[in-house]
Design a protein around this ligand. Structure first.
Ligand SMILES: N[C@@H](CCC(=O)N[C@@H](CSS)C(=O)NCC(=O)O)C(=O)O
Length: 313
């Protein structure tokens, strides 16, 4: 028992210090002291909501640790369930791009790539040895040109994806309830129209992550004054589809203009200055934003109609 305590303390200390080799050594020795493979021990959270240390089984733990070697473990912190997750910024338009990869199968997807950043994204995906299989758009953008078509030229297995409720070209069209699989991970498509009629949020339910595109921002939301924007639709999408998710789910937006990177369902339900209001007030706010048109709208929209493949225009 004393030995187990020493090993567990070493595990916790090294986990806090992000010293994964020592962590792994402690846990391996701990496991070898266990008599039964099903006995409980404490380990990493299975979702962002879980407390840092929670009970799980030895067998599951061993599997996870085997994956955390230097080849498979491709980020600086612990990764639950073998997922690689990256948030990338296009600093010209404050657009976020996300990469999600299954470290076991090496299949990856990208959400909202930006044409001008395709080289950066492709380089990173190759460095991490991922095979990109889908380049997903949350909607047809008005402020930048998508990189989904170009990524399809670089990665031969990559299909560009967009909602079927748009007039944009893509290789795969999705609708509410569809599921995009990459390795063992399943990404659910939630139709969240209102900013445009083809807006989709992507939900990685098991990990409590939702990529909301321009439906919901941190303390804000997408504008509704062009491209079929309708305040009532957006209000319903956010309240019915996004605010009904568990409070602890993490929100990753399509843009942020104030330096935020993510939020939670609870935070936005509590503090979003637009969407916490009754609908009539929300509509008044949205109708009076008086934002200038995006600078690139006249090249972005026609470019996105052809999946960012400008030589096809
Ligand atoms: N200044 C930017 C465009 C800023 C903008 O209009 N953002 C859109 C999303 S991209 S179409 C939006 O919905 N904003 C809502 C808000 O409250 O800021 C540019 O010129 O590109």
């Amino acid at each position: 028992m004393a030995m187990k305590c020493v090993l567990m303390n070493s595990f916790i200390k090294n986990l806090a210090l992000k010293n994964h080799d020592k962590c792994a050594a402690a846990i391996t020795r701990f496991i070898s002291t266990q008599k039964s493979a099903s006995s409980k021990l404490f380990f990493l959270p299975a979702s962002p909501s879980a407390k840092l240390l929670q009970p799980t089984t030895t067998a599951l733990t061993a599997t996870r640790f085997q994956k955390m070697d230097s080849k498979n473990f491709s980020t600086s912190g612990p990764q639950p369930s073998n997922l690689t997750f990256r948030q990338l910024l296009d600093y010209a338009t404050f657009t976020y791009t996300y990469i999600l990869g299954d470290n076991a199968s090496k299949k990856a997807i990208i959400i909202d790539p930006v044409l001008e950043r395709v080289e950066r994204d492709a380089k990173l995906l190759k460095e991490l040895q991922f095979d990109l299989i889908y380049a997903l758009n949350t909607h047809m953008h008005a402020d930048h040109i998508t990189g989904s078509g170009e990524l399809g030229r670089i990665f031969q297995n990559c299909k560009s994806v967009i909602s079927k409720h748009t007039s944009a070209q893509a290789q795969k069209y999705i609708d509410d309830g569809d599921v995009i699989e990459f390795g063992k991970f399943k990404l659910e498509c939630l139709s969240t129209p209102g900013h445009t009629d083809g807006c989709v949020s992507y939900l990685l339910r098991d990990h409590g992550l939702v990529f909301t595109g321009d439906a919901l921002f941190v303390r804000g939301c997408g504008r509704t004054d062009f491209q079929q924007g309708i305040p009532q639709l957006l209000y319903n999408s956010v309240h019915k589809k996004l605010f009904s998710l568990p409070d602890h789910f993490l929100i990753y937006p399509g843009h942020d203009y104030n330096g935020n990177m993510s939020s939670t369902v609870w935070e936005e339900k509590t503090y979003n200055p637009r969407l916490t209001k009754p609908f009539e007030e929300f509509k008044k706010i949205m109708d009076n934003l008086n934002l200038p048109k995006p600078k690139l709208i006249d090249v972005a929209v026609p470019g996105n109609m052809v999946d960012g493949l400008l030589d096809k225009k």
